[in-house]
Design a protein around this ligand. Structure first.
Ligand SMILES: Cc1cc2nc3c(=O)[nH]c(=O)nc-3n(C[C@H](O)[C@H](O)[C@H](O)COP(=O)(O)OP(=O)(O)OC[C@H]3O[C@@H](n4cnc5c(N)ncnc54)[C@H](O)[C@@H]3O)c2cc1C
Length: 261
């Protein structure tokens, strides 16, 4: 079984701050990491390979530093890595990102499953997985907690709020995984160092059979008009005296008095 895992390199948001004047992220000096949820996608793919054999290929679009994320994925045990880097891809919104990833998947050609994280911790749209499935015209199974493959079909347990659904689709198909799906293995330092000796396939816009006007900023219908921190509404805090029951009763009375319930 051949599995493609899409991974995004993101700034480590624990370390990120905003420039209050420009409203933009201060990325300078911020370490980059594999999007945490994409490590769950890698882990899911490696577990499927352990059960069914085959190959796992990681695919990432981004600037040249994306190489580090791909090396770490190789260190975790994936078989191949493909990096999409080109000045034409700069400024891609989720549509243009999915378009370029879709062309790369078509070029890879032989695949049974694509696994993405549910969402990236920086952009947080959760759009790229579903849009990529649409680009490729294949079924999408989102928010997977568990994945099972039998007889050319894939089944997942999907997390939808407080309840679960069991979904099934023929392969090839695309899955997005939840953070709770598994515990990603940690790549030992020596295998990461070994991964620096492995080959990474590098594709630019010319290697993809696409239309130039659909790449990058030109091909991005989303326009970011403003980024800002919403003003915090500061309210008066009132402490309710008494034990839990008495405090809860007083709280209900106060809410009733304001006709909220
Ligand atoms: C007008 C505009 C310009 C932008 N310009 C840039 C820019 O120049 N540089 C930049 O870094 N961002 C840019 N962005 C942000 C960029 O669009 C998003 O970061 C990107 O499309 C992914 O969206 P997301 O972060 O919401 O990912 P989500 O949709 O939340 O990600 C879901 C999953 O999709 C997969 N995935 C997402 N992105 C990639 C990727 N690049 N490669 C492989 N797999 C991926 C991962 O598995 C991930 O877990 C721009 C956005 C806009 C609106």
């Amino acid at each position: 079984m051949n599995i493609i895992v899409c991974i995004k390199q993101v700034p480590d948001v624990k370390e990120v701050s905003w420039d209050p004047k420009t409203g933009s992220l201060i990325r300078k000096g911020i370490p980059s990491i594999i999007n945490p949820n994409d490590k769950n996608a890698i882990e899911a793919a490696l577990q499927l390979r352990e059960r069914h054999g085959g190959e796992v290929t990681v695919l990432s679009m981004g600037p040249s530093q994306v190489e580090d994320a791909l090396r770490e994925a190789l260190g975790m045990g994936v078989d191949k890595a493909i990096q999409l880097t080109s000045k034409e891809f700069a400024g891609s919104d989720t549509w243009a990102t999915s378009y370029a990833l879709g062309l790369a998947v078509r070029k890879i050609a032989q695949y049974d499953l694509i696994i993405c994280g549910k969402e990236a911790i920086d952009g947080m749209t959760a759009q790229v997985g579903p849009q990529l499935a649409e680009c490729l015209n294949i079924p999408q199974l989102t928010y997977a907690l568990e994945i099972e493959v039998t007889n050319s079909k894939v089944k997942i347990k999907q997390k939808l709020g407080d309840f679960h659904r069991l979904l099934e689709a023929p392969m090839p198909a695309l899955i997005t995984v939840e953070r709770e799906a598994n515990k990603p293995r940690v790549a030992p330092m020596d295998t990461i160092l070994e991964a620096y000796g492995k080959e990474i396939t590098l594709w630019d816009a010319d290697d993809l059979d696409g239309e130039d006007e659909n790449f990058g900023l030109k091909g991005s219908p989303t326009k970011l008009t403003r980024v800002y921190t919403p003003k915090l509404i500061k309210g008066k805090v009132e402490m309710l005296e008494g034990g839990p029951e008495e405090a809860a009763r007083k709280c209900v009375e106060k809410i009733r008095a304001r006709y909220i319930i």
